[in-house]
Design a protein around this ligand. Structure first.
Ligand SMILES: [Zn+2]
Length: 368
């Protein structure tokens, strides 16, 4: 009938029909009342029962900076609440962390003397070696992890041996300031060996040098440290979020940057390749660094290689920007920090390295 065809093709009557349909859908009825997700958010108790992602003190790793030749803690301006410590004070901090239930600490060293090959990094009485011994004496139960790299120990601030220092002469096919791969591996082996000898249970190579995990594994095994684990910084991006750390650890490169070894922020498929190589070389833990701007990478690595514990480094820039915003009154820094760490866990991290570990541990003790 002409009249009904007219009404079907009339856009105004079609719109009226849709409005009518939506109105009938939003009416409370049996189907609607059987789906009320708010029921599971009604009380704090119910919310606790159904929380999918837990953040507990066991997930935290507390990083400490130990400096040679100081007797008092030296606050780091760019990281509010964080200080450089002597080995003895580091042992006190580790004992406090242990009392709070934090299972492990990660040590970075700042030596008094630096040279082209970073030789203080593997000195038997180096600052990290001293700190490992003091911590193990004071609180043997805490797990000690050590950073294995050259950037805090070399006078140029780079993570390994530069071509200009190659013996007997530089490789003519490479620029003078190029970070040499295989020559650096030999130094990383010496550092790892000396940390394991001092009592570290886990060594953590952080330079993104090809083959670093395999090289360290073989040297540890040859010297009887078969039970010393390797936590590999498998995926470390060339990131602006490391800014405050460079003041903290005095490890800024004096010239150039780290883009020939750290990863490009645009890459995620390459992260899987890096992680897979480190797994095959014998890594016991895999790490993604930084964490907050790379949650998709954490998720991807946990999905692709679920069998290895995955560590996220909630880096200095992520920490300091929350502290700064909190100090300015823009947000509640502690609540935001908890939310960030929970997001990092939700993305797939089993463990999180964070400068906020003691504050978060106290918060968890109080609020659960
Ligand atoms: Zn480095």
């Amino acid at each position: 009938m002409p009249s009904s065809r007219e009404s079907q093709s009339d856009p105004r009557s079609q719109a009226a029909r849709k409005t009518e349909q939506r109105a009938s859908q939003s009416l409370p009825g049996p189907a609607f009342s059987s789906h009320r997700p708010r029921r599971l958010r009604r009380t704090a108790g119910i919310r606790r029962m159904v929380r999918e992602t837990q953040l507990t003190v066991e997930h935290l790793i507390y990083p400490l900076f130990v400096e040679e030749g100081i007797s008092e803690a030296r606050p780091i301006d760019s990281m509010p609440g964080v200080s450089r410590l002597s080995p003895a004070i580091a042992a006190e901090k580790a004992a406090h962390a242990h009392e709070l239930g934090i299972p492990s600490v990660l040590l970075f060293g700042i030596p008094e003397h630096k040279d082209a090959r970073g030789s203080e990094s593997f000195a038997a009485d180096g600052v990290v070696q001293q700190a490992v011994r003091s911590i193990k004496e004071r609180v043997p139960e805490i797990v000690v992890i050590t950073d294995v790299c050259l950037c805090e120990y070399s006078d140029h601030g780079h993570c390994g041996v530069l071509n200009r220092d190659r013996e007997p002469h530089p490789n003519a096919s490479l620029p003078n300031d190029y970070l040499l791969n295989d020559e650096t591996l030999a130094v990383l082996q010496q550092i790892a060996l000396s940390h394991a000898g001092a009592g570290a249970e886990i060594v953590a190579p952080s330079g993104m040098i090809d083959g670093m995990v395999g090289a360290i594994r073989s040297t540890l095994d040859q010297h009887g440290f078969t039970e010393c684990s390797i936590m590999s910084y498998a995926i470390k991006y060339a990131s602006a979020f490391y800014g405050p750390f460079r003041e903290a650890a005095d490890g800024a490169p004096r010239f150039g940057d780290r883009r020939t070894h750290q990863m490009d922020p645009g890459n995620a498929r390459e992260a899987v390749r890096e992680a897979e190589l480190d797994r095959r070389e014998g890594a016991d833990f895999l790490m993604v660094k930084p964490a907050l701007a790379y949650l998709d990478v954490l998720y991807r690595i946990k999905t692709e290689i679920p069998e290895l514990p995955l560590v996220a480094y909630n880096v200095s820039g992520e920490f300091s920007m929350l502290r700064a915003a909190g100090d300015a009154g823009y947000l509640d820094a502690a609540a935001a920090q908890w939310e960030v760490l929970t997001a990092i866990r939700r993305a797939g991290a089993d463990l999180i390295i964070t400068y906020a570990a003691p504050e978060i541990a106290e918060m968890l003790l109080t609020h659960g």
